[in-house]
Design a protein around this ligand. Structure first.
Ligand code: SF4
Length: 345
């Protein structure tokens, strides 16, 4: 049974996925105390939290894009909007050149199958009462990708493709190790022939040696099936290992985007520079980290001006009052920092 992905039909050169000005705002309701205070005229209102602001991103077929940032920077919010799990408050998601909001039901279905997500906790994302055969094969049967009579053969092929023995087809999730469960999650994603796989901290819960095996599996599947990946991680080392391009997010915004080698060789944005300084210098045998000063500000009360200014060692008065624009600083490289003004794009 073939498991060629939908990705084979992507138009050459056209982005598979584009985000334009993607924004997500959550409303934090007034607390009980606030509501009581309102009875006496306090006038408290719900607070708007911007989890993602004006995120632009374009992903080409076959590309691996890493999205990096600290916990709370908005990367998972973006991933959930991309996968259609959460609706954006503003901006557009475009799939194969078409805006999601304007798609026909049939095109929406193709999108829903074409974008699959793999989560951090493989155990939580697998139904403990279902056998692996059904976990992996059910969606493919429901969507008419494989006839029910051929489901077991299809699932066996997928299990072997992700490095699991087909002999385990009737087992339950608790009978597998963490790494094996993540492989089940990958086989389940592959079963509906996706073009794009979003990995949201997909190896973060695994032991380091298992992480490397699963990352290598992702890359083998990319070569074999022509898959495109969005790799979301707080771990720069993981992202460097797998990505063609890296996007750095801070407090809901993209602050830098560059080809992986260029970014690691010469990071432009002060935040990226400090993130890279956190990596251990293994070549030198050192294990020293330079933690970024201060804490990530609350999205409930983002600082005015550049969102990084309270932690930036290079901040000026201008940074504290004016938001820097994400602009091209070299071909294929974008950065949002006032210090780049005067640098030819
Ligand atoms: Fe630092 Fe200012 Fe650049 Fe922001 S704009 S990263 S505060 S130098």
């Amino acid at each position: 049974m073939s498991i060629e992905p939908f990705g084979q039909t992507a138009a050459a050169g056209a982005p598979l996925l584009e985000l334009r000005g993607l924004t997500k705002t959550f409303s934090k309701p007034v607390s009980l105390g606030g509501r009581i205070a309102n009875i006496f005229g306090a006038g408290q209102v719900a607070v708007q939290v911007r989890a993602a602001s004006d995120v632009d991103l374009s992903v080409a077929p076959g590309e691996v894009v890493g999205i990096v940032g600290e916990s709370g920077c908005g990367k998972s919010t973006v991933a959930r909007m991309l996968a259609g799990i959460s609706a954006p408050s503003g901006g557009q998601v475009r799939w194969r050149g078409r805006a999601l909001a304007e798609m026909s039901p049939e095109a929406r279905r193709e999108f829903a199958l074409g974008v699959q997500m793999i989560f951090q906790d493989p155990f939580a994302s697998l139904n403990p009462r279902m056998r692996v055969a059904d976990i992996i094969g059910e969606a493919a049967v429901v969507h008419g990708i494989v006839p029910r009579a051929q489901m077991r053969a299809y699932v066996t092929g997928l299990m072997e493709k992700v490095g699991l023995s087909g002999a385990y087809i009737d087992r339950f999730p608790h009978q597998f190790s963490g790494g094996q469960r993540q492989r089940i999650g990958i086989a389940r994603a592959l079963a509906v022939k996706p073009s794009l796989i979003i990995c949201d901290e997909a190896v973060a819960a695994l032991d380091v040696s298992i992480q490397a095996q699963v990352l290598n599996l992702f890359m083998d599947l990319r070569d074999e099936l022509g898959l495109t990946y969005l790799f979301i991680s707080h771990n720069l080392g993981v992202v460097e290992h797998v990505s063609d391009r890296v996007v750095i997010m801070y407090l809901g915004r993209v602050v830098e985007s560059a080809p992986t080698a260029a970014l690691f060789e010469a990071p432009n944005h002060p935040y990226t520079q400090l993130l890279l300084a956190q990596l251990p210098v293994l070549e030198a045998g050192a294990q020293e980290y330079a933690p970024i000063q201060g804490e990530l500000p609350s999205p409930l009360a983002p600082p005015p001006g550049c969102p990084f200014n309270p932690r930036c060692p290079l901040a000026t008065d201008r940074c504290r009052g004016e938001l820097p624009v994400l602009r091209e600083i070299a071909p294929g490289r974008l950065s949002a920092c006032h210090l780049n003004e005067g640098v030819p794009g």
